[in-house]
Ligand binder design. Structure first.
Ligand SMILES: [Zn+2]
Length: 650
């Protein structure tokens, strides 16, 4: 029986005001049954200190009526003790209550011999001291007793229940712990007598009905066990009839896996001996293990994010390969498998075989399991990537060697027909390993071998004593190659010439266009002019000769065009300034004065003529001050201030 945690009982928490007090006669009474104040004559049921009844009377009060301790003091057990005492008092007053049904239910099996019923008793006694236990109440009817335990905060623990059982007296426990804390007298009464949860702590009839349920469950379990045993016998029968597995290592998928395993030097990890049950697969352990190793360790390594593969997923892969006998087309539960193993020690399942192999790999450090998912550890995956890369590079070098040899023999033409490439590749030299091994190992020896092939290639172009290399009859082939090389060189030279001409024409066209912009009608004559200081070739010839010359000429033309534009802009600005000055002078002094002023040297301008000075806005201002000095001064203060401020104002 679970012990009730005190804190879970609402009677132990918070500060609900005490609604019950204890009279001088020891009875528990409700606040409603007493007069207000000290005159209530009640003490605390727990600490027996005097209580004051705080009653609002006829006045409306936000607070419920309650008892308060006369002397200040925290009395945490008051409410709990009051309820416990009240429960016992109600049972004693009534001498009757509802008894729990005699029934049991476990795992869906329910048996009942008596329904819950109201029972009336003849007498009762509280706080009855029995051997080893004090009963809250004992009720008696016709010489038979019933122990009543009231549960408020403390459930009867296993020890107490044992002591009660030892009395051989029927006992019930009434659980008031879930009663609302503001429960009034009537509610507590109804709960104690009828509705609060109650159960048998001891009752021979209750024990009997529980035994009945246990028997039903035991029968049911035995029937299930017998069923599993029958199924296991059938399974083992089928198992015995299974044929011995084929080798399977010649199947294409297995051959591929074995080749990869060999290349990665993992052969030691397959063909592990198995303790039992080889017949659970259609193929030999070696074939099965090769596929598992390839799937978990080799194929998995490029996908770092993957968590791994379950044994069930691996079993499905083997099933897709046709490695599972039809007998194992369905998976069976562990109980049946265990029963089959008892009947036939050799019995095993595909899953069992795969699991055992993976555990072996795990011991070897080649795989690890995480939450039932198998994968290679990061370090192993990295190693395999490195080994795969090495193997690929080794193969690339061997392919390269074959290609070089084939190229030599192709160039040799019919003269090379009798050459035995395979023998040459596998034959050791005087002090060197066979060429194929040299390529496989790489390193300095391989670099030397490649250089030797380079020399042979060279020999095709500069044939001389080198034709003796590899004892190949190469001379006619070398002569053909030399002719072809000369023809090709001539074709390349002609093509280069044509391309150079086209490029020169292109440069000329661009140069001509730029010259037209800068020189207009004079462009042709300018382009034909000789280039100083050497005066050996015309500008056009120079530009045709190289892209750099074209670029230099284009840059010079660009600068000239820019200069022309700048000069044009200045000329227009000077015209406008002079026109402004003319207008101002005519307006101030008349046309004749203006003509004379503009064309004659003026000492105030350092002896220059205004028309020479008035070529931009600054010159215009200087001249305007000479035409109408008063206005200029009036408008802008001193001449110096005006000049320094002028650019900003503009
Ligand atoms: Zn108290």
């Amino acid at each position: 029986m679970a012990r009730l945690d005190h804190n879970h009982s609402p009677w132990r928490r918070g500060t609900v005001r005490l609604a019950f007090g204890q009279t001088a006669e020891g009875r528990i009474v409700s606040i409603r049954e007493v007069v207000s104040g000290r005159a209530c004559g009640c003490v605390c049921p727990a600490c027996e200190e005097p209580l004051i009844a705080r009653k609002s009377g006829a006045r409306p009060s936000p607070r419920a009526d309650h008892f308060a301790h006369a002397r200040d003091g925290a009395c945490v057990g008051a409410l709990e003790t009051a309820l416990h005492k009240l429960g016992k008092q109600i049972v004693m007053d009534e001498l009757g209550l509802t008894l729990p049904a005699i029934a049991a239910e476990r795992e869906g099996v329910r048996r009942q011999t008596h329904a819950a019923k109201h029972q009336v008793f003849e007498s009762g006694q509280v706080e009855v001291v029995l051997p080893g236990v004090v009963a809250d109440v004992v009720l008696r009817r016709r010489a038979s007793d019933l122990i009543i335990e009231i549960l408020v905060a403390h459930a009867s623990d296993a020890e107490k229940v044992e002591r009660i059982r030892a009395q051989k007296t029927s006992a019930i426990e009434i659980d008031l712990s879930k009663l609302p804390r503001r429960a009034g007298l009537e509610m507590v009464r109804e709960a104690v007598l009828v509705s609060a949860p109650r159960k048998w702590l001891f009752n021979p009839a209750q024990d009997a009905v529980e035994a009945q349920v246990a028997q039903v469950l035991a029968d049911r379990a035995e029937a299930a066990r017998q069923k599993v045993l029958r199924q296991a016998k059938t399974l083992v029968g089928h198992w015995a009839a299974l044929p011995c597995p084929k080798d399977g290592t010649d199947l294409p998928a297995v051959r591929g896996a074995l080749a990869q395993i060999e290349a990665l030097e993992l052969s030691a990890y397959i063909d592990a001996p198995i303790s039992r049950g080889a017949k659970a697969l259609n193929v030999s352990p070696k074939a099965c293990q090769a596929l598992v190793l390839k799937t978990v360790v080799i194929d998995q390594q490029p996908w770092y994010g993957r968590a791994g593969l379950s044994v069930v997923a691996l079993r499905e892969r083997l099933e897709r390969q046709g490695f599972l006998p039809p007998l194992f087309g369905v998976s069976r539960d562990a109980e049946l498998i265990a029963a089959a193993r008892v009947l036939a020690p050799d019995f095993n399942t595909p899953t069992g075989l795969i699991g055992a192999y993976l555990r072996g790999l795990e011991t070897a450090g080649l795989v690890e399991a995480d939450d039932g998912l198998w994968r290679a550890p990061l370090k192993v995956r990295q190693q395999i990537i490195q080994q795969a890369r090495d193997a690929r590079e080794r193969q690339d070098r061997i392919d390269d060697l074959h290609a070089r040899l084939d190229e030599i023999l192709r160039r040799a033409g019919p003269e090379g027909d009798g050459f035995d490439s395979e023998a040459w590749l596998g034959r050791s030299g005087r002090a060197s390993p066979p060429p194929r091994s040299v390529a496989a190992s790489g390193g300095a020896a391989w670099t030397e071998l490649k250089a030797a092939f380079g020399l042979i290639g060279e020999a095709f172009w500069r044939y001389d004593a080198a034709v003796d290399v590899m004892s190949l009859p190469l001379r006619p082939a070398l002569e053909r190659a030399e002719q072809a090389r000369r023809d090709a060189a001539e074709r390349r030279r002609l093509a280069a010439e044509a391309a150079a001409l086209a490029a020169a024409d292109d440069r000329e066209a661009r140069f001509r266009a730029a010259a037209m912009v800068a020189y207009g009608a004079d462009a042709e004559a300018w382009m034909a002019g000789l280039v100083p200081p050497a005066n050996l070739s015309s500008r056009l010839e120079l530009v045709r000769s190289s892209p750099a010359q074209l670029q230099a000429a284009l840059d010079a033309l660009d600068r000239r065009v820019t200069q022309q534009r700048r000069e044009e802009a200045q000329r227009i600005m000077a015209q406008e300034a002079l026109a402004d000055l003319w207008d101002a002078a005519c307006a101030e002094h008349g046309g004749d004065w203006a003509k004379a002023f503009i064309s004659n040297p003026d000492p105030r301008l350092g002896g220059r003529r205004p028309r020479e000075v008035c070529i931009d806005p600054a010159g215009l201002r200087m001249c305007l001050e000479l035409v109408c000095p008063k206005r200029a001064v009036r408008r802008g203060g001193s001449a110096e201030t005006r000049q320094s401020a002028a650019p900003r104002r503009r």
